[in-house]
Unconditional design. Structure first.
Length: 490
C-alpha cells in the first residue's frame, strides 16, 4: 500500500460550499478535501453546526458528546457527508455559539459577534482534541490542517497538550484577517499565560488567533508561491512579516485549483454557445450574444474587455475609469459585473450611461452572466493590487480569454506574460504589468489590444491558456507531497 493511502487529515474550516459560503475559503474547503480523497487520503472536515449547514444535511448522526472543553454544558460532535460528495463532515454542535441565522462572523448590523473569540476557540479546541491521543474517536489524524484565523488556536492547543499530538499545518488564505481579541482572554480561552508573548500569541498588544497558528504550527501554507514571498515583507505581511520571514523554511505556497467541471467552455450549461480549443466558433457566437444581452454594438471586430469582480481598491479597478476613454477610442467595449465600494459602483454606472453601446455595467452578482462574460469577452481585466491566489484569471485562460493582470500573488504564478520570447516558445497565456498605476494598466491593455489585431498569434495565446491544467488534482498532488514530507520529519 502506498504511503499516501495511510495519511489521515483533519481539515478545520469555518465554512464550506455548498452549505455555507462567504468567500473563497468555502470553495477550497469543499474542493481540496474531495481532490485529496481521490488520491486515497482519508480527509475529514470539521466545522461548526450552523443552522444553514444542518438544514442542508441528511443522515446526521451523533458521534460522541464532549465535556470539560472550556464551555458550560455538553458539546455534541455529529457526523454527516458533504452533499454531492463522499467527504465526511464532523460538526461541532453547541447551540449557544452556533445556532444563529445569517453570516457566521457578523450580526445583522454588520458588527462582529461579541463572542467570536469564544465561538472559534471552541472550534479550535475540538480540532485539537481530535488531533491528540486523548481523542474520543477511534480515528486519529496524522495532520490537522487549519484554515485562517478561525481555527488558528488549534496549533497552540496541540503544542501545549501533554498528550502526543498530530502535526499541525496553518493555511493562510488572506493574511489581512487575523482574529485579534483582548489579551485578557488568553487564560479564559484555555491558553497558558506564558503563551501571550512576542514568541507566541501576542500581536501589538492583543491576542491574535492567526499569530498563534503561525507560531505554533509545524508548517505554514498559503495559496500561491508568490504570495508566500510577498507576506514575508511589508506591506502584505500586515505586521506578521517578521515571523513569516523567520519561518520561511516552513512556509510553502500552493496555488488553489478551480472546478474544471463547472468552468469548462465545452460543457458549461450557462453559456449560450459552447466551444473548445479546437473549435472556437462558439466563443464568437457567445460574444454576439453577450453584446446583444447588454445592449452593446454587435460588432465581432471590436474587442470586449470583461470585468467580474468586487469593485474595491484592492482589486485595482479604481484605475480603470481614468483610462476608459482611451480604450473606447481604440475602439473597444467594456463590460463590468460586480459590486463593492459605492463610489466605484456609481462611477461605472455613469461610465455606461455616458457611453451607450460601448460600456455595460451590471451592479450585483449573476452567476450565469459571470460565465457568459468570461466566455464572450476577448480580454479579461484583473488589475488587483494584491491577490493571494485569485480564480478568475484561471477561468479566463480556460475560456480562451487572455487576462490582463498585475504581477502579484497567484496572478503572477498562473499567468504567463505574452512577451515575444514567451509567444515564440509557446508558453504565453495573458498579459502582466508590474506597476499598479493608470499608466501601467493602460500600457498593458493596449499591448494586449495590439496583439489582438494579429489573430494567428492571438489564437496561439488562447490555445496555450485553454490547454493548461488548473484542476484541483494538481493542487492535491502538491499537498500530498507536503504531507508526506511533514510526516517523514522533513
Amino acid at each position: 500500500m502506498p504511503f499516501s493511502q495511510s495519511i489521515k487529515i483533519l481539515f478545520i474550516t469555518p465554512e464550506i460550499t455548498p452549505l455555507l459560503k462567504t468567500g473563497g475559503l468555502a470553495d477550497v474547503s469543499a474542493a481540496l478535501p474531495a481532490a485529496l480523497r481521490e488520491h486515497k487520503v482519508d480527509v475529514r472536515v470539521l466545522l461548526p453546526a450552523y443552522p444553514r449547514v444542518m438544514g442542508s444535511l441528511k443522515n446526521v448522526r451523533l458521534l460522541t458528546t464532549l465535556t470539560n472543553i472550556g464551555v458550560h454544558g455538553e458539546v455534541k460532535l455529529l457526523e454527516a457527508e458533504l452533499p454531492g460528495s463522499d467527504v465526511p463532515l464532523l460538526l461541532v454542535n453547541y447551540p449557544l455559539f452556533y445556532e444563529r441565522e445569517g453570516n457566521p462572523y457578523i450580526d445583522a448590523d454588520g458588527q462582529d459577534w461579541a463572542d467570536n473569540a469564544q465561538r472559534f476557540a471552541l472550534l479550535s479546541r475540538v480540532g485539537a482534541l481530535l488531533g491528540n491521543s486523548n481523542s474520543p474517536l477511534d480515528w486519529h489524524p496524522d495532520i490537522v490542517q487549519c484554515n485562517d484565523w478561525q481555527s488558528g488556536l488549534t496549533p497552540a492547543y496541540l503544542h501545549f497538550s501533554p498528550a502526543p499530538s498530530a502535526a499541525a499545518i496553518m493555511t493562510i488564505h488572506n493574511l489581512a484577517f487575523q482574529g485579534t481579541f483582548p489579551a485578557s482572554l488568553t487564560t479564559p480561552l484555555g491558553l497558558p499565560a506564558s503563551s501571550y508573548s512576542i514568541n507566541g500569541t501576542e500581536y501589538y498588544g492583543q491576542l491574535s488567533f492567526l499569530k498563534a497558528g503561525l507560531f505554533y504550527a509545524n508548517h505554514i501554507t498559503t495559496v500561491s508561491p508568490t504570495y508566500a514571498e510577498e507576506i514575508q515583507q511589508e506591506p502584505l505581511g500586515f505586521g506578521m512579516q517578521g515571523l513569516l520571514a523567520h519561518r520561511y523554511m516552513d512556509l510553502t505556497g500552493i496555488v488553489n485549483g478551480i472546478d474544471v467541471n463547472e468552468w469548462n467552455p465545452a460543457t458549461d450549461k450557462l453559456l449560450t454557445h459552447r466551444y473548445n480549443s479546437n473549435d472556437m466558433s462558439g466563443k464568437a457566437a457567445g460574444k454576439r450574444a453577450l453584446q446583444n444581452r447588454l445592449g452593446l454594438e454587435e460588432n465581432p471586430d471590436i474587442p470586449i474587455l470583461g470585468v467580474v469582480s468586487r469593485l474595491t481598491h484592492q482589486k485595482g479597478l479604481d484605475l480603470l475609469p481614468a483610462i476608459a476613454s482611451f480604450l473606447l477610442e481604440y475602439p473597444a467595449q467594456i463590460v463590468i459585473l460586480g459590486s463593492g465600494e459605492a463610489s466605484l459602483e456609481t462611477t461605472f454606472q455613469l461610465l455606461a450611461q455616458n457611453h451607450p453601446g460601448q460600456v455595460a455595467t451590471v451592479i450585483g452578482f449573476n452567476e450565469e452572466l459571470s460565465h457568459q462574460i468570461e466566455a464572450g469577452s476577448d480580454i479579461f481585466l484583473m488589475p488587483s493590487r494584491f491577490e493571494p491566489c485569485g480564480l478568475n484569471q484561471m477561468y479566463s485562460q480556460c475560456y480562451g480569454t487572455p487576462p490582463v493582470v498585475h504581477s502579484t500573488g497567484g496572478l503572477a504564478d498562473t499567468v504567463v506574460d505574452s512577451t515575444p520570447e514567451n509567444i515564440a516558445n509557446g508558453t504565453a497565456t495573458g498579459f502582466v504589468f508590474r506597476h499598479v498605476t493608470t499608466h501601467g494598466l493602460n500600457e498593458c491593455i493596449h499591448r494586449a489590444l495590439d496583439i489582438y489585431r494579429d489573430q494567428p498569434t492571438w489564437r496561439k495565446i488562447q490555445s496555450n491558456g485553454m490547454l493548461r491544467d488548473f484542476s484541483w488534482n494538481r493542487s492535491a498532488e502538491e499537498y500530498l507531497a507536503l504531507y508526506e514530507m511533514i510526516l517523514k520529519g522533513y
